[in-house]
Design a protein around this ligand. Structure first.
Ligand code: SF4
Ligand code: SF4
Ligand code: SF4
Length: 295
């Protein structure tokens, strides 16, 4: 992380003050998706579990192979999201033999809890509504990991300059006019890319045209305040690991508590400054210890 102590404290103070005074998003307000929001639509009935998307995601994002899970450094076959894996395919099978594949990556929440928890604005909802990590701001406090209701952000524990790793919708490819890698390679169009409102319409069209085939709901339309990654499925969503969050974003509740507790005060900003200073001091101490150990 390249942010220095002085800059970090300034950003923390600015972020905390903004949260308490400008009211960019009021505590009880749920933001709408941005007008240019893009996303993914994943259809469990189309996925064949080939994992081509997992490999393509690795390559497109220049992630090293995940050989650590198997202990011998030979086999690149991640079983869960990690600091080297932004996209994973899982298999669900119940006692009756019903099966479904499930694609996991960042949901690009309409009102992302990870960004709300980040005291310093290192996670931001940017162009096209893509939730983006900003390296130069991050102080590695990992509040975003705790806040995410989908357990998505991962931390590079084994790196000297660790990053928060998660899907950023292949924004580097979008900038070149290309589709996300997982979409480009999928042989079944089980995952498609597009504007969120068009993906939502397509999802509803599929459900309406084959009523017995799908659970009659688009996951992500309103769940957790809405997400830009949407799902249609023949298996109940909770079986696939998609939590029942209700229609309100967890960040709305967090903001409501914060506004109720601190309305008119600068306490959150001050708290952020103190917490940030502690985090930075601890990181510096750990860094010094590491350097001594390496010497
Ligand atoms: S899924 Fe988690 S990491 Fe992704 S935008 Fe939502 S809160 Fe943030
Ligand atoms: S959009 Fe890109 S980073 Fe996200 S899961 Fe697909 S390939 Fe991976
Ligand atoms: S490439 Fe398509 S069909 Fe293959 S696992 Fe990924 S989403 Fe499923």
């Amino acid at each position: 992380m390249s942010v220095d102590r002085r800059t970090a404290l300034r950003l923390i103070a600015a972020g905390g003050a903004a949260a308490t005074t400008t009211g960019a998003v009021r505590g009880d307000e749920a933001p709408a998706p941005p007008p240019d929001a893009v996303g993914l639509l994943y259809d469990t009935t189309k996925c064949i579990g080939c994992k081509t998307c997992v490999v393509a995601c690795h390559e497109a994002n220049e992630l090293p192979p995940e050989t650590r899970e198997w202990g011998d450094g030979l086999y690149d076959a991640p079983t869960k999201l990690g600091s080297r894996t932004k996209n994973i395919i899982k298999l669900y099978r119940d006692d009756q033999g019903r099966e479904s594949y499930m694609k996991e990556q960042c949901m690009h929440c309409v009102d992302p809890s990870c960004a709300g928890a980040c005291m310093i604005g290192a996670l931001q909802k940017r162009e096209f509504g893509i939730v983006t990590w900003v390296k130069d701001r991050c102080i590695a406090c990992r509040y975003c990991q705790v806040a995410c209701p989908f357990n998505i952000p991962k931390f590079e524990w084994d790196a000297r300059d660790p990053r928060i790793v998660k899907c950023e919708l292949c924004r580097h490819l979008l900038a070149r006019g290309e589709k996300p890698a997982c979409v480009r390679v999928c042989p079944r169009e089980a995952v498609i890319f597009g504007k969120r409102d068009e993906l939502l319409a397509e999802a509803k069209r599929r459900i309406d045209s084959e009523p017995g085939r799908y659970v009659p709901k688009v996951y992500g339309e309103t769940d957790g305040g809405g997400t830009q990654v949407l799902y249609v499925s023949h298996i109940a969503f909770e079986k696939l690991g998609l939590p029942d969050l209700g229609d309100q974003a967890p960040s709305v509740r967090a903001r409501a508590v914060q506004h109720g507790l601190y309305q008119g005060f600068v306490a959150p900003a001050a708290l952020y400054v103190v917490l940030g200073a502690v985090v930075l001091r601890n990181r510096k101490r750990i860094g010094n210890t590491d350097e001594e150990d390496d010497a």
